[in-house]
Design a protein around this ligand. Structure first.
Ligand code: B3K
Ligand code: ZN
Length: 881
């Protein structure tokens, strides 16, 4: 569907005319190929932390596939050219167009040489070339390369790169860039140099350079065609013994991608560098992945089981980008989900194979619901392929990533894994070496997997989480399932069309507890009915099994049927879902219209029956038991209500937890004790035991805080691993006991030299259930270990706080003020990270009026600030609506 609008009809453009300082809106429909090709690029870096000089030499030639233009517009950001030469001679026909450099060229083929100079030590945005702990490193996606040199900094201009660099041998003993090392040598003046060549044409966002004093863990991998690849993980001195898990994860990823997707690695080396100042998780630069230390370093003493999974998943994700992202990249940034959605799906499937499908699927759905559903139902809603943006950094979202993965997963569900593989094979063959579009991916899936995706394309253009209303009727021997879908209006578009929704179902005989097989039905119209014969009595419906579609299900279902499914469903996700539904239904009713004591007790008793089945079921492994024990999070619960009162829903949730904790005190304590004897390793049984132990403590702490505090302190003292220690400390941090203070002091002392663990120490306090959490956060902001310059530290204090509804939504608005103050302070330093704190304030429409007014007020205060970055400006104006 074409939704293109002319600039005149576009309200945002009209605004821009009145207020000229607004950053412009960029539209997907305006895409045009670049008039010039850049087949080869040479870069030379004279490295110095305060003053690095870059000489860029670009071979350019006219693009026969584009409109001819004598103008070559090279993007820049904060750069001044020191010299511009065309074909060896000083150029006279160039001018600055804002931040960009504009050249007028007469011929069809030219060589352009540009010299720039930058100060990496002053680069607090951490985009482009910057200094971190004495090393120099780059981050170029999406538009950071233009902070290094002038270049067509867009993903559809592919070039081969040859990079040389010279720098102090003492300061930068390790010199790395993309591709394979071609040469290296020493100079007489204490400097040395290296030359790297990447034979694979790539866009500028995949360029990387690292120079520093690093130590290395090396290994190798023989590919499916017998080629040897040297693997290396570079870290700071002292961190080497925590790189083993990352290396094992890399090797497993390489094997898995060969076996599952037929993808082989294509360079002689694969390098990873860990950096502690990093805006996000990691970056897939060709042959030289740069990682946040958080996703490289792990050992049992300092990393939790979740951290181990995070390392494995992110290493895999970045590695998989070598094909889904690098060999085939994106035509423009609107196509971001082409590489991100697909790569997230690939890393999810990998982790399912490594850790077990059931729990991984539940975790992924939990992430989707807590991060993406609120996005889809709020002011920042956008389709997985957005139609416009002001700042692309704001679109690295859960929608593009996680919903993008769900959309491709639905294709896989509809055609099955074998046909899906045929589709991806065709996609990789057809578009290798190209900058492609989401449409290209869909077309390859249609041709390769044999799917008809005509209507399915709507998933790429319509935002909003579809709602499916379910009704099950029974007459004679026939069960009739009626499904009715609505796709909600979102700020970008009011009227929506029905989409194909693949729903896996099973109908259980309530007497035998069995079903006759799972079925996949695809709801294509607004409303459809499906008949199933052979049911003497009304069956129990298990629906959206495996979370086959990223939708919300609305249905009238008796508590007893949910208790039945929570105890008996053979689909692990559906079993988890029944348990969640039971609790969500109870808590939203209780905190919405309110419940009298009798109804509250009845609701709790139904939950208790299911909870008891979970605690006692011997066929369940502990990992799954831990999942089933978890109460739905506050954010998800609030999302279930049109307008939520955070205090009421928090109080109801805590009340239920305390009630369950007291009711099952003995059983939980016994369970905790039994599992305390399971020795530490990274196998499923041991990990499951740790999960259940901490869950047991969570309930016990709510039911009997005094006793639980002692148990948690004992778990903390006995712990020989971070999962147990952090779990115990998490529980203690929410309590007001002396053990809380003792253990927090102990923890900080023990790990004072480990940045990643100190991050945990901040995050635990900022996300705690303690009534004074907000005071703790204010004090922690003044702590000597807090710095606003390090994104991990900022996130560990403030993101943890913003994601802690009971503290963030303090009735007097202090939490909102705290986050707004942070945004204003951080914006001039690191706008990309600052803008990430806007969405929690942007949910004001879904919060009760008194708080909503205060949230809005803070957004207005931010908007009124001078010189707001493009990133924060866009998020704040969209959030105000
Ligand atoms: N592609 C990078 C994300 C870059 C974000 C820039 N703001 C990491 C990833 O998704 O693998
Ligand atoms: Zn990615």
């Amino acid at each position: 569907m074409d939704i293109a609008r002319t600039p005149d009809e576009n309200p945002e453009m009209a605004d821009a005319a009145i207020e000229p300082k607004q950053p412009p809106v960029i539209y997907r429909k305006d895409y045009k190929p670049f008039p010039w090709l850049v087949p080869a690029t040479r870069l030379h870096f004279d490295l110095c932390a305060e003053r690095t000089r870059i000489t860029a030499t670009l071979q350019v030639e006219r693009n026969p596939a584009a409109d001819a233009s004598p103008t070559l517009l090279l993007n820049g950001d904060g750069l001044t050219p020191l010299s511009v030469r065309v074909d060896g001679a000083e150029a006279d026909k160039w001018a600055m167009d804002g931040d960009n450099l504009q050249l007028t060229l007469t011929g069809d083929v030219h060589e352009i040489e540009i010299v720039t100079e930058i100060d990496p030590s002053a680069n607090t945005q951490l985009m482009g070339l910057y200094a971190s702990n004495g090393m120099l490193c780059t981050q170029c996606e999406a538009e950071g390369f233009r902070r290094i040199t002038f270049f067509p900094d867009r993903p559809d201009v592919l070039s081969t790169y040859t990079v040389t660099m010279t720098g102090s041998k003492a300061e930068f003993p390790v010199l790395l860039s993309n591709g394979n090392k071609a040469a290296e040598g020493e100079n007489d003046d204490g400097t040395h140099w290296a030359e790297w060549h990447d034979p694979w044409p790539k866009p500028s966002y995949l360029f990387a350079l690292v120079a520093g004093d690093l130590v290395v863990n090396t290994d190798s991998f023989i590919t499916m065609s017998g080629k040897k690849v040297d693997l290396a993980i570079y870290v700071r001195d002292g961190d080497l013994d925590r790189t083993g898990h990352a290396m094992r994860s890399l090797i497993k990823s390489m094997e898995w991608d060969e076996q599952t997707f037929g993808r082989e690695y294509d360079l002689d080396v694969f390098n990873i560098v860990a950096v502690s100042d990093f805006n996000m998780g990691a970056m897939e630069n060709k042959g030289l992945n740069v990682f946040n230390t958080k996703y490289v370093l792990a050992d049992p003493e300092t990393a939790t089981d979740g951290d181990f999974d995070g390392v494995e998943g992110v290493i895999a994700h970045e590695y998989f980008h070598n094909w889904s992202g690098n060999r085939i990249t994106c035509q423009d940034w609107f196509q971001l989900s082409l590489k991100e959605g697909f790569t997230v799906l690939r890393d999810q499937l990998f982790s399912q194979d490594m850790q077990g499908e059931a729990v991984k699927r539940i975790e992924d759905v939990r992430i989707l619901r807590s991060a993406q559903f609120p996005e889809d139902s709020g002011p920042l809603a956008h389709p997985i392929r957005p139609d416009s943006f002001r700042e692309i950094s704001n679109f690295y979202t859960a929608t593009v990533y996680n919903k993008g993965a769900e959309v491709i997963r639905m294709m896989r569900t509809m055609c099955g894994p074998e046909a899906f593989r045929k589709g991806t094979d065709l996609y990789f063959d057809r578009h290798d070496g190209e900058a492609a579009t989401c449409e290209d991916f869909i077309a390859a899936m249609e041709d390769g997997a044999g799917l008809d995706l005509k209507q399915f394309r709507l998933w790429y253009s319509q935002a909003g989480t579809p709602k499916v209303v379910v009704d099950l009727a029974h007459q004679g021997t026939i069960a009739t399932l009626t499904l009715r879908q609505t796709v909600p209006a979102t700020p970008d578009r009011p009227g929506k069309k029905p989409m194909p929704i693949p729903v896996k179902i099973a109908l259980f005989d309530r007497n035998t507890g069995a079903h006759a097989g799972e079925q996949l039905i695809v709801l294509k119209t607004e409303e459809q009915s499906f008949d199933f014969d052979g049911f003497a009595g009304k069956p129990v419906l298990s629906i959206n099994r495996g979370f086959s579609a990223p939708v919300t299900i609305e249905r009238e279902i008796a508590d007893e049927d949910l208790v039945f499914l929570a105890a008996k469903d053979d689909d692990p996700f559906a079993r988890y879902e029944a348990m969640q539904d039971l609790v969500v239904g109870h808590l939203t009713t209780a905190s919405g219209n309110g419940l009298d004591d009798v109804s509250r007790e009845a609701g709790r008793l139904a939950i208790a029956r299911a909870f008891e089945a979970v605690l006692t079921d011997e066929t369940l492994d502990d990992s799954m038991r831990g999942e089933l024990m978890m109460l739905p999070g506050l954010t998800y619960l609030m999302e279930q209500q049109l307008v939520a009162d955070p205090s009421r829903i928090h109080a109801e949730r805590e009340g239920l937890k305390a009630w369950l904790g007291a009711r099952f005190e003995e059983r939980l304590a016994t369970l905790h004790q039994r599992l305390a004897d399971v020795p530490y390793d990274q196998e499923a049984a041991s990990r499951g035991a740790r999960k259940v132990k901490t869950q047991a403590l969570v309930y016990l702490a709510a039911g009997n805080p005094g006793c639980a505090s002692k148990m948690a302190a004992a778990q903390y003292d006995a712990a020989d691993n971070m999962t147990d220690r952090q779990g115990a400390l998490m529980v203690l941090t929410g309590l007001g006991t002396a053990a809380r203070t003792d253990k927090l002091i102990h923890f900080h002392r023990r790990y004072a030299n480990n940045e990643l663990v100190v991050d945990k120490w901040f995050a635990l306090q900022a996300s705690s259930l303690h009534p004074n959490a907000i005071e703790h956060v204010k004090a922690l902001a003044e702590h000597k270990d807090f710095t606003i310059r390090n994104p991990n530290r900022v996130r560990s204090l403030y993101m943890a706080f913003a994601a802690n509804p009971h503290a963030f939504h303090a009735a007097n608005g202090e939490g909102y003020r705290l986050i707004a103050d942070l945004i204003l302070e951080l914006d001039p330093i690191n706008p990309q990270t600052a803008a990430r704190f806007v969405p929690p304030l942007g949910r004001w429409r879904r919060i009760e009026p008194a708080r909503a007014a205060m949230m809005r007020g803070e957004l207005e205060r931010i908007k009124a600030a001078d010189n707001l970055s493009r990133d924060t400006f866009e998020q704040v104006t969209r959030s105000l609506g």
